[in-house]
Design a protein around this ligand. Structure first.
Ligand code: NDP
Ligand code: PYC
Length: 338
């Protein structure tokens, strides 16, 4: 990073709250969003930290979101928790349904939360880590907008569709991964554009279907999936599980819904929680030890676990009491208050 600004968690939350309430988010949504942005920034997640305030502002300006929506949790005797976000941002809906999901995962062994009718802009690791912090394993998936071409295709059909997973570990940080099924998250391409840097090869094609390393041409063309047909198939699975399965929109439909207004995609979110106490057949300590042996074998080779960089950033930023963001980003965020 070139010139940077140091912000304490309180300063990040305060700035976020000011921007969010300035553009029309009610206090409940503003709090939930500000907490998420601060949490992500303290972990040095640049593409989904404070930078995402721009998307939150654009979403409000697009005029389709309800900044005061109160999520409704539907009761049922099954292992499914349904939360209707009522056209608000996803985070308050997640927060509202989480206790019920934990309760159901513990009583059924496995449970899923389907959040419907939400705008979604955020990283998924805080969702799965909210569950691993309670001793549950969890995965989460969302579609987005149809910016991503399927393997062998030439135009966007799929979303950047992140997949996150977290596994609780006794006395230490969980095993967590969280990544877009596109080669790059859209937010990452936007950061390359801001920095004036070319993309690596293999991330996108331009609007004529030719490979490009120009971030703007990538944003105007189509993004590519990671791992060719494998990432493409995973991305389609996410469309299905977080879309038609839970009676919500695909990335294609989310794009149509937006009618070119910009802002965060509008769709569903599926979170699945597993209770290892119930799956382990009474042998959880022994099975946890077997998982630890696997992690140790990976680390012994000099490989790192996903999220290790993030946990190290969290520890460093928490100890020194601040995170750093580019000074230009800070100036641009302050300008949102004009
Ligand atoms: P990254 O490519 O930055 O990272 C993906 C994961 O891989 C992280 O868990 C990361 O851990 C891990 N990782 C990176 N390098 C290594 C390595 N060498 N060895 C082992 N693990 C490694 O993620 P993306 O850019 O694809 O996604 C960024 C964020 O964007 C995610 O949080 C995602 O949820 C969010 N997103 C949200 C969308 C939405 O619609 N809401 C859409 C798309 C993305 P570490 O963090 O420690 O480096
Ligand atoms: O970075 O791809 C992305 C993204 C889409 C919606 C929120 N983030």
């Amino acid at each position: 990073m070139s010139e940077t600004v140091r912000l304490t968690p309180e300063e990040m939350t305060d700035l976020s709250l000011k921007v969010l309430t300035h553009v029309g988010y009610g206090p409940d949504h503003a709090q939930a969003i500000a907490r998420m942005l601060t949490t992500c920034q303290m972990d040095d997640c640049q593409s989904h930290g404070l930078f995402r305030l721009f998307m939150c502002v654009q979403t409000m300006q697009a005029g389709k979101i309800d900044g005061h929506a109160q999520p409704q949790v539907a009761s049922s005797g099954t292992a499914i928790v349904r939360v209707d976000a009522q056209g608000g941002m996803s985070l308050l809906a997640f927060q509202t349904g989480l206790p019920r999901l934990i309760e159901k995962a513990r009583s059924h062994g496995i449970a899923a939360m389907a959040i419907n009718r939400c705008f979604h802009f955020s990283a998924l690791w805080p969702e799965v880590e909210a569950l691993s912090a309670k001793g549950l394993a969890a995965m989460a998936m969302v579609p987005s907008h149809s910016w991503v071409a399927p393997a062998g295709g030439t135009r966007g059909s799929l979303g950047t569709n992140p997949l996150a997973f977290s596994w609780p570990r006794m006395g230490q940080d969980p095993f967590t991964f969280d990544f877009a099924t596109s080669a790059f998250a859209r937010g990452e391409i936007e950061l390359y554009k801001r920095a004036g840097k070319p993309l690596p090869e293999g991330v996108a094609i331009d609007k004529d279907g030719n490979p490009t390393t120009d971030p703007q041409a990538a944003l105007d063309g189509a993004m590519l999936t990671f791992g060719g047909y494998k990432g493409s198939a995973l991305s389609i699975m996410i469309e299905l599980l977080a879309g038609p399965l839970i009676d919500d929109l695909t990335s294609l439909e989310s794009m149509e819904f937006a009618q070119g207004t910009g802002g965060a995609p509008y769709h569903g979110d599926i979170i699945i929680a597993f209770d290892p106490d119930q799956f382990s057949g009474g042998r959880r300590p022994a099975n946890d030890a077997r998982a630890e042996r696997l992690f140790a074998d990976i680390l012994d080779q000099g490989a790192r676990l996903p999220s290790q960089r993030r946990f190290a950033a969290r520890a460093r930023n928490t100890a020194r009491g601040y995170a750093e963001i580019p000074a230009q980003l800070h100036r641009d965020l302050l300008a949102l208050l004009d």
